[in-house]
Structures are given as structure tokens and as C-alpha cells.
Design a binder for this molecule. Structure first.
Ligand code: SDX
Length: 431
């Protein structure tokens, strides 16, 4: 038996086959099972993909047991502390930190794709003013392919790069316009003299009738939120973008599919649910009641912002956001913010509770991000929009990698448990 293989024996037939075990740079090795069906006539079944690697990737590494997150090998803590969002975009897309010339060239390109075709703004007028901004984003991002026919050939590297810049550059403008439309304020055009994060905040909050200023502490907090949300290996929305893109659908359609997947409360929609949950709990005295509900298998209530499919340790992003929340609230003179106090007390109690400890349920990226966004002045229904703005670069980088690996269309199989073959019954033959 060769080393670095897994021998699988079908006890029904006695057939044994060796499958290669492949190791990566970090993390668990994989057993390559492409030939499994051909050898055994069996499919593997793993509905939640708990034991399934869908691809090889060089972009992001997570060690869920140790609570480690690396972007192209760089620890998230170091990037959140010292990098800019534009620099993290370059790193995720190209694999290396840029030198000064590369950085300047990248920032110039990203800055000069920020405007939307003027007719795109007409899409917003078709929505009700109270439409959820994520519903607007799904529609407008998907519609971008109606405007950019010149760069939709996914097999053309130049088209892939132009589409990548358009998505990364325009998503803040689209998101800010979604917000402005929902509050009945005029759209704010991008200001190419501002950095990526500053420009986004400017388009969100400036109004024509007043001078716009914002504290550097808030800009730093938003920068960290965006860096921390930029990519996260093969999460549900990224896997959606990869699968949609594997059919050779254009990147705008694939990104729109990712936005739809991110919206779910089990995924990116959790940050909005965390704030609603904290407001519902209302006071520290009621924390025990909700912890009890979260532990009750018959109660659908989940402690939003807690638990993670991969992290069975503290989500490193949550640790950074907890400190950022404290810094922002102190900057705003709200060091005793009741929601932050309640969140920290909820975390403390959960971390001492046997249920959460044994099930390794820790705060995740969504637990504190809403508190910061709320303090910055972002309304709850924009929290997942902000997540989508930040994650766009991760989706684009993963989409590009998937196309460049050239694995072809993703098409899972199933275990069929439905009705066996049967003949049609005419109406008078039916019971
Ligand atoms: C994101 O995948 C990613 O990388 C996502 C993300 C990214 O950056 O892309 O990190 C962003 O989506 C973060 C997760 C945000 N979602 C929430 O905060 C919603 C609340 N969390 C849960 O819905 C849940 O923890 C999930 C969906 C996040 C994970 O679901 P799993 O993998 O099914 O949970 P698990 O296997 O870890 O659960 C183990 C047990 C289960 O109970 P038993 O079946 O063993 O009895 O813990 C329970 C779960 O029911 N459990 C919870 C819980 N989360 C899991 N119980 C109470 N409250 C919770 N929050």
C-alpha cells in the first residue's frame, strides 16, 4: 500500500481502492475522491459540506480550532492593524502585498471606476422607498452586465480584470445609493480625491446642504470592518459565487448570486439580527432567559452572532471588532453604551455556560460589528450591505481563481429518495 493514500474497501464486494491524500500548505490534508463513483458506483453524501473541500485555493486560510485567519498568509490581526482596504484588495486579488508603484496604480484604477452609468440610477426609482437595501443591491449588481457588454468574456484575462475593478470600485457607490434612496436623500457622487473607505462614508452620509466631516476614529473602525469582512475561504456566499461562475455566467450575475446568499440570517444577515436580538433582550436582567431559549432544542431562537461552522474558538475578527467597538464608543462619548454593555455581558454569561462551552460556541464576526456600525450612524438594514461591500473583493478574487483553475462547471449529485418509476394516472384513475 502506497504512503499518502487512503484505502477504501467496499465490504459488499470486497473491492479495495487506494485514493491519494493531498496535503496543502496549512490545514487538514484531503483525500481526492474524483474517481470514487467510477471505482465503486457510489456517491459520497455530505449535505452541509462539513467534511468536503470544494476546491483548492491560495487566497484565505482558516484554522477553526485555533481561531486563525490568514489572507494570502498574512494574519488578519496584522492587516487590520496596519493595512488599508485597498491594499488588502490588491493582496487578495494578486497574492502579494503591493510595492508603492503597484499600490498607486491599483488605487488609481479602482478610483476611476467608482461612478455608475447614469441610467443605472434609474433602477433605484423602480423600488419602493422602504425596499430593503439588500434587495436593491441584488438587483442593481445583477443588472450591471446590461451595461458592460465589453468585458463579459470570462475566458479573457483582460475582461476578468476590468470586471473585477468595476465590481470592487462600484459596489460602494451602489450600496451608498441604496441607502440614500431608502432615506429619500439625493445620491452622492464619488469623490476621487478620497480613499476607498472615506469615499464610501462620504457617499453614505454627506448631504448637499452641509459641510461633511468624519472622525478618523470612525474611518479607522470602518476600515477594519471592511478588511475583516473581505474574504473568508469557502463560506456559503463565496461558494455560491464560485458555483454560479463555474457555469461561465458573467461575474456580475455571479456576484449578485453571492449577495443573495449572504443575506440569510444564518450568514451575513446575522449582524442585523444581532442588534435586533440585543434590543429585544433589552437589559442584562433578561440575558438568562434568552440563554435558556438558545439552549432549548425545541426553541428556534439562536444566539445571533454566536457559533460558526468552522471556528470552534473565538473568531479572531470578533476580538478585533470588540476592541474597535470600545474605541468608537469612547470616541463618541458613549463608553457606557447600554447595547455594548449588554453584548459584553451576554458574551460573558454564554462563555461561562456549559452548553456554549461544550458546543464551542463563541462570538463570531457579526456579534460586535453591528454595534460599531450603529455607532457610526449606519442603520441596521444596511449592516449586511456593508458586509457585501467588503466581501465583494473576496468573491471576485475567488471567482477569478476558480476560472483560472479551469475545473469546469460544478454539478453535485444526490441520493434520490423520491418515488420509484410509476405510470401516469388519468384523472378518473386517481383516488
Ligand atoms: C457568518 O462560513 C463563514 O465563514 C461565514 C462567515 C463569513 O465570514 O463568511 O464567517 C460569516 O456567516 C458568521 C455566522 C453568522 N451567523 C450567526 O451568527 C447565526 C447564529 N449562528 C448559528 O446559526 C450557527 O452557529 C451557524 C449557522 C453559524 C453555524 O451552524 P452549524 O455549523 O450548524 O452550527 P454548529 O454545528 O457549530 O452547531 C453545533 C451545535 C448545534 O446544536 P446540536 O445540533 O449539536 O444540538 O450548537 C448549536 C447547534 O444547534 N448552535 C447554537 C448556535 N449556533 C449553533 N445554539 C444556540 N445559539 C447559536 N448561535
Amino acid at each position: 500500500m502506497a504512503a499518502n493514500t487512503l484505502t477504501i474497501r467496499d465490504n459488499r464486494t470486497g473491492k479495495e481502492v487506494e485514493f491519494p491524500i493531498e496535503s496543502g500548505t496549512e490545514g487538514p490534508p484531503v483525500v481526492a475522491v474524483e474517481k470514487f463513483y467510477k471505482e465503486f458506483g457510489l456517491f459520497t453524501l455530505d449535505p452541509g459540506f462539513r467534511s468536503t473541500a470544494s476546491c483548492k485555493s491560495k487566497i484565505t486560510f482558516i484554522d477553526g480550532e485555533a481561531g486563525v485567519l490568514l489572507y494570502r498568509g498574512y494574519p488578519i490581526e496584522q492587516l487590520a492593524e496596519s493595512s488599508s482596504f485597498a491594499e488588502v484588495c490588491y493582496l487578495l486579488l494578486y497574492g502579494e502585498l503591493p510595492n508603492q508603484d503597484q499600490y498607486n496604480d491599483f488605487v488609481h484604477k479602482v478610483t476611476h471606476h467608482t461612478m455608475l452609468h447614469e441610467q443605472i440610477l434609474n433602477f433605484y426609482k423602480g423600488y419602493r422607498r422602504d425596499a430593503h437595501p439588500m434587495a436593491i443591491m441584488v438587483g442593481v449588481v445583477g443588472a450591471l452586465s446590461a451595461f458592460y457588454h465589453d468585458s463579459l468574456d470570462v475566458h479573457n484575462p483582460r475582461h476578468r480584470e476590468i470586471s473585477a475593478f468595476r465590481l470592487i470600485s462600484k459596489i460602494p457607490t451602489i450600496a451608498a445609493a441604496s441607502y440614500k434612496y431608502s432615506v429619500g436623500q439625493p445620491f452622492v457622487y464619488p469623490d476621487n480625491g478620497k480613499g476607498y473607505v472615506e469615499n464610501f462614508l462620504y457617499m453614505l452620509f454627506s448631504v448637499p446642504c452641509a459641510k461633511y466631516t468624519i472622525s478618523p476614529v470612525l474611518v479607522r473602525a470602518m476600515r477594519q470592518i471592511m478588511i475583516l469582512h473581505a474574504d473568508h475561504e469557502q463560506n456559503a456566499s463565496t461558494s455560491t459565487v464560485r458555483l454560479a461562475g463555474s457555469s461561465q455566467a458573467n461575474p456580475f450575475a455571479a456576484a449578485s448570486a453571492g449577495i443573495g446568499a449572504l443575506w440569510g440570517p444564518a450568514h451575513g444577515g446575522a449582524n442585523e439580527e444581532v442588534l435586533s436580538m440585543l434590543h429585544e433582550i433589552g437589559s442584562v436582567e433578561r440575558v438568562g432567559e434568552y440563554i435558556k431559549r438558545a439552549k432549548d432544542p425545541k426553541d428556534p431562537f439562536r444566539l445571533m452572532g454566536f457559533g460558526h461552522r468552522v471556528y470552534k474558538n473565538y473568531d479572531p475578527r470578533a476580538r478585533i471588532l470588540k476592541k474597535a467597538a470600545h474605541d468608537v464608543l469612547v470616541e463618541l462619548g458613549r463608553g457606557n453604551d447600554p447595547m455594548f454593555k449588554l453584548a459584553m455581558e451576554l458574551e460573558r454569561i454564554a462563555q461561562e455556560d456549559e452548553y456554549f462551552v461544550t458546543k464551542k460556541l463563541y462570538p463570531n464576526v457579526d456579534f460586535y460589528s453591528g454595534i460599531i456600525q450603529s455607532a457610526i450612524g449606519i442603520p441596521t438594514n444596511m449592516f449586511t450591505v456593508i458586509f457585501a461591500v467588503a466581501r465583494m473583493v473576496g468573491w471576485v478574487a475567488q471567482w477569478k481563481e476558480m476560472i483560472e483553475y479551469g475545473e469546469g462547471i460544478g454539478r453535485p449529485r444526490q441520493l434520490y429518495v423520491g418515488a420509484a418509476r410509476r405510470d401516469y394516472l388519468f384523472m378518473n384513475e386517481r383516488k
